[in-house]
Design a protein around this ligand. Structure first.
Ligand SMILES: C[S@@+](CC[C@H](N)C(=O)[O-])C[C@H]1O[C@@H](n2cnc3c(N)ncnc32)[C@H](O)[C@@H]1O
Length: 263
């Protein structure tokens, strides 16, 4: 497998098939070569840490996750979405794609930013969580889904050139075309055995994304790597991985999880 050769950045872990970088993703993405990445999965902060509460395991708990999840106001949050999405667009290969997850709190800004930057939207997958937490306020329907926008970096004339393993997805769906509604359980306890990240995505979601839209040996990047779920899915499926996060404590979880699958 081809090595990941990158400029000497502040890597916290550097292996033949993956690299973890500590810092702000916009700054670090600027140091990567243009058109060098095959697939990006981005799970940006949903900016929900506003002093509210939610329900977890039947108990009312604070929604605050950390400084990184605080909103700076709609306008500034949107400008920031434009900045990191632009940085991702530069490093994507023309035939590469990006997936961005979000709830109603950020996904409309993300979608508008992507359209403004000239991304070509391919799908908006609805990820339905059959085991979603109940709603304590009882003033609206229980939240049980997230959206994942899938896009190519630019609109191309003629045939779309991105990787889509259509047949594999159809086979996985019992021989019928796979639709854009995916029912996958929220992250289970055993997936958190290497430490707790407040917004860890389930392996099943990233596994499907990686298998659907990349090839063995491809370079997968996550600018908000957190506990490293994207990296676990990338390495499990024989892809290479670059993970970026601004919080060292999350990169430590990421390192442990990647070590488990890269033996
Ligand atoms: C929603 S979480 C991602 C969780 C991840 N998908 C997982 O499965 O663990 C967002 C992550 O982005 C990181 N983050 C926030 N702002 C950042 C920035 N400007 N640059 C790099 N990482 C950032 C946070 O530390 C947090 O771990």
């Amino acid at each position: 497998m081809e090595n990941i050769s990158l400029p000497n950045m502040n890597a916290v872990s550097d292996r033949q098939n993956y690299r973890l970088l500590h810092g702000d993703c916009v700054a670090l993405l600027a140091e990567l070569p243009a058109a060098s990445v095959d697939l990006i999965f981005a799970d940006p902060p949903y900016l929900l840490s506003n002093g509210g509460t939610t329900c977890s395991h039947g108990r009312r708990v604070s929604v605050d996750k950390g400084k990184w999840d605080k909103s700076a106001g709609l306008g500034i949050d949107h400008e920031w979405n434009v900045r990191w999405l632009k940085a991702c667009q530069r490093v994507l290969k023309p035939e590469g794609t990006i997936w961005v997850s979000g709830t109603q709190h950020v996904i409309f800004s993300v979608g508008f930013a992507m359209q403004s930057l000239g991304y070509h939207l391919l799908n908006t997958v609805t990820w339905f969580k059959p085991n979603a937490s109940p709603n304590l306020a009882c003033r609206f329907f229980t939240h049980s889904s997230e959206f994942v926008i899938w896009a190519a970096p630019r609109r191309e004339k003629g045939n779309l050139k991105h990787t889509f393993n259509y047949r594999d997805m159809k086979a996985e769906n019992g021989g019928k075309q796979m639709r854009d509604l995916w029912s996958l359980a929220a992250t289970g306890k055993t997936e958190k055995r290497n430490g707790r990240h407040p917004t860890q995505k389930p392996f099943a979601l990233l596994d499907r994304i990686v298998r659907a839209s990349s090839k063995p040996g491809d370079l997968v990047l996550d600018p908000f790597a957190g506990s490293g779920t994207t990296g676990v899915a990338a390495l499990t499926n024989g892809r290479r991985f670059i993970g970026i996060d601004c919080e060292q404590e999350y990169l430590e979880i990421c390192k442990k999880r990647l070590a488990e699958v890269s033996k």
